[in-house]
Design a protein around this ligand. Structure first.
Ligand code: S3P
Length: 433
């Protein structure tokens, strides 16, 4: 695909159901591999990241059939993984590498997990540290980067508080806790997404404690399940964003994941004047799911900081890109974690939005994107730095610019949502030109 040209204008209209949530898909696949019996997962994410997880599990000897969002995983139980023949490749997926590191720490064989150029630059000390405390031997590349060589087994339970709130780190320790002697505890001051805890319970793990301190008992019998993955809210926000940028637009999204540890962004939308409504909420496999509707409205703008950051971490690029379409602009603080995502998202957003004429101030821990008074955006050539969420955020901003915008290496959207551009075209109907 290479570059992608976005012409502005038109409206977004329609009813859609997006593919499954990326975070939940990873967890279901991993736990299905560790369970006894064959699990069936429907609406599995079409994200390249989630394919990477399936490939790594295959490398560990798990039989997996995958077709059009239906995945069958022939689980082999907690002790059924096999020493891989070659390095496992997580490609661009931090979730795959960090969460699987926890599982590999529990295995009595040596394995190596690596990734693409972006992932090999991302910090891995955050998982190495607690897994070493549990007794795993881990060798890494300079500066605690991947590839990671992990020799596991004989783990002891720990009581751990990640220094930086991270659901991936929490999950790695909980997965390792399945194999530890004793009860493992993970504490968190700021609640991060709890899909791992929900899925562990669903597969039969024994957990107690709750928000703030999660305790997992070792060596449960995990049992195969039939699961349906809710649609990905973190992808849905880009279409909600498109609806808010284009006057006259309205959109309904079916069966979106509304787990309270993820859905804070919907409150934020409402707080800045975006009429986002939720209906027909139900519980599926322990996860809340519902329909989300939105229509175009004038946006006020606002500030995001503190605990909101961890709760909306993946939505921040889209929210920043909405800044020029708001009255007061969007300001983000306490979000230094954005600098160690698939790209330095603060720098990538500041650069891309400035190229489109936005007035942006960059801080070490965030940015401020001026509102409407700074003038209308204009089309430009922008570089998402290989980062899917930056590409989608800049594409949404481009819809409201004057003139065409060219997104370089736009195929990077495939990391979370390969059908992003075709879905956007469909929702814009014949007006897309
Ligand atoms: C994720 C957790 C978050 C998030 C990432 C997915 C997960 O990362 O940004 O896209 O599935 O657990 P951190 O755990 O690094 O905050």
């Amino acid at each position: 695909m290479g570059k992608r040209v976005i012409s502005p204008g038109g409206t977004v209209e329609g009813v859609i159901e997006l593919p499954g949530d990326k975070s939940i898909s990873h967890r279901y696949a991993i736990l299905a591999a560790l369970a006894e019996g064959t699990s069936e997962i429907s609406n599995y994410a079409s994200a390249a990241d989630c394919r990477s997880t399936l490939e790594c599990l295959r490398g560990l000897g798990i039989g997996i059939e995958s077709k059009e969002g239906r995945v069958r995983v022939a689980g082999k139980g907690l002790d059924g993984l096999r020493e891989p023949q070659r390095a496992l490749d997580a490609e661009n997926s931090g979730s795959t590498m960090r969460m699987l590191a926890g599982v590999l720490a529990g295995q009595r064989f040596t394995s190596t997990i690596t990734g693409d150029d972006s992932l090999r630059k991302r910090p891995m000390r955050r998982v190495i540290e607690p897994l070493r405390q549990m007794g795993a031997e881990i060798r890494s590349h300079e500066g605690d980067r991947a590839p990671l060589e992990i020799r596991g087994g004989g783990l002891r339970a720990i009581d751990y508080t990640p220094p930086t709130p991270s659901a991936q780190v929490k999950s790695a320790v909980l997965f390792a806790g399945l194999y530890a002697h004793g009860v493992t505890t993970v504490r968190e001051g700021v609640n991060t997404r709890d899909h791992t805890e929900v899925a562990l319970r669903e597969f039969g793990a024994v957990m107690d404690g709750g928000r703030g301190a999660i305790r997992i008992h070792p060596r449960p019998k995990l049992t195969a399940r039939q699961l349906v993955v809710p649609s990905d809210l973190s992808t849905a926000v880009f279409f909600i964003g498109a609806t808010l940028v284009l006057p006259g637009s309205s959109l309904m999204l079916h069966n979106v994941g509304l787990n309270p540890t993820r859905a804070r962004v919907l409150d934020f939308f409402n707080s800045i004047g975006a009429p986002v409504r939720v209906a027909t909420v139900q519980m599926r496999n322990g996860e809340l799911v519902g329909d989300v509707s939105v229509r175009h409205a004038a946006l006020e703008g606002g500030t995001i900081s503190g605990s909101q950051v961890a709760e909306m971490i993946d939505e921040l690029p889209l929210l920043a890109a909405l800044g020029p379409f708001t009255e007061k602009g969007i300001e983000i603080h306490d979000a230094q974690e954005l600098r160690v995502k698939e790209s330095d998202r603060i720098a990538a957003l500041a650069e891309g939005l400035r190229q489109m004429g936005a007035r942006v101030e960059e801080f070490p821990d965030g940015l401020r994107v001026e509102g409407r008074s700074a003038g209308k955006l204009r089309g430009a050539k922008v570089d998402p730095r290989g980062d899917h969420r930056i590409a989608m955020a800049l594409s949404v901003a481009a819809l409201g610019a004057e003139g065409d915008t060219t997104i370089r290496d736009a195929e990077c959207v495939g990391v979370s949502f390969p059908e992003f551009y075709s879905t956007l075209d469909k929702l814009r109907g014949s007006e897309k030109k």
